[in-house]
Design a binder for this molecule. Sequence first.
Ligand SMILES: [Zn+2]
Ligand SMILES: [Zn+2]
Length: 318
Amino acid sequence: MKDYSILLYYCYTSIENPEEFREQHHFFCLGLNLLGRVIVAPEGLNGTVSGLKANCQKYMEGMKADSRFAHIDFKVEEFETHAFTKLHVRTKPEIVHVDLLYIDPNQQTGTHLSPADFRAMKDDKDVVILDVRSNYEHAVGKFKNAITLDIENFREFPDKVGELEQYKDKKVITYCTGGIKCEKASAFLLEKGFKDVYQLHGGIIKYGIEQGGEDFEGKCYVFDNRIIADVNTVNPKVISTCFVCGTNCDRMVNCANAACNNHVPMCEKCGWETEGTCTAACKMHPEKRIYDGTGYYQKNTNHYNPYKHARREKNLAN
Ligand SMILES: [Zn+2]
Ligand SMILES: [Zn+2]
């Protein structure tokens, strides 16, 4: 039974007092028994939470009732349970760390393409599809023919734009998981002289929901307990290979050695043989965890209290 929803959303909007908003918002989420991560910054909000469907509905209605967030585009997926183990509501300088604080996507950004428009346009001859995500993300899935960047973190994106000179006069469409990175990435491309820049609005996730994910090869890396999500129901394709034996495989495991925790594709057979570890050294390591066939290890949640940090000064835990 898929009684839960997973929400993915962001909003560039001015939040005057982020710390005060953060506190209110933390209580709002607690009241609805939501788990997940929300980042609050003076420039807006970035979140992914899970909860019972009715509670997620109340959350979305509550947010949209606030004029600052009325235009939030929620990506909603169904799930059997919570997709997170904790709730964190935090303030940060930017809602996605890329050190482009001066860019306001409400002033300048690439043209938003709906999933349907993207699907219609993606195969045009003069179109270049640019994946702005990191290596560990595009390694498990990306759009057919997309250009990827060798980056470990989105913060490295601005430095990589120099390598894209040859596409300056093409139609460049950027995409990411939920659309948030593209807001600034596409603005940055425009600033660097790219003429015709578009972005897939709502990212891979929304494209999967609305257009069946056509031509997305592999799986989509997500930032919740699922680790990867299926998005393509039209023409799915496996692009990753088992880290150990090289057979086609899109099953991801975290190395059982807690000190390594490397995230690698590994087939079922090799999983059991290596006891879920990525190297011989990891297999011998004293911090090796017990492999149960999933390659997923629940983070230690002992003493976790959702009310911790809920208030700015007082700690309600006591
Ligand atoms: Zn294998
Ligand atoms: Zn390892």
